[in-house]
Design a protein. Structure first.
Length: 111
């Protein structure tokens, strides 16, 4: 099962997410759930880093991805751009969950 943890600050803004596990919806290389989660999560890292020019901390390995915003130094524009990207990702995950809830879970946490 894919487990997605979304961490929000006291303002409700996403500041970090982690993804672990495998969906096991199909054999390796044919699993559309894992592929969809991977594409969504990695595209957001690229968007934050390459489009919004935010120096995010991220780690990608087999069955794990984590991404977090820097705790200091973000401008209001940085925060606004990060919110747009993170919330778009979140909506994408929720959409996947509607059809593939047996393969994934999303947990919202406040930090």
């Amino acid at each position: 099962m894919v487990e997605i943890n979304v961490y929000r600050n006291k303002n409700g803004d996403i500041c970090k997410y982690t993804i672990t596990g495998h969906a096991n919806a199909a054999k390796h290389g044919e699993d559309i759930v894992c592929a969809a989660v991977s594409v969504l999560s990695q595209t957001i890292v690229l968007g934050l880093y390459d489009v919004a020019n935010i120096d995010v901390d991220y780690e990608v390995s087999d069955a794990k991805l984590s991404c977090s915003l820097p705790s200091k130094g973000l401008t209001r524009l940085d925060r606004r751009q990060a919110n747009l990207l993170f919330e778009t990702m979140y909506i994408g995950f929720r959409s996947l969950l509607e059809n593939y809830s047996q393969y994934m879970q999303i947990h919202d946490k406040e930090v």
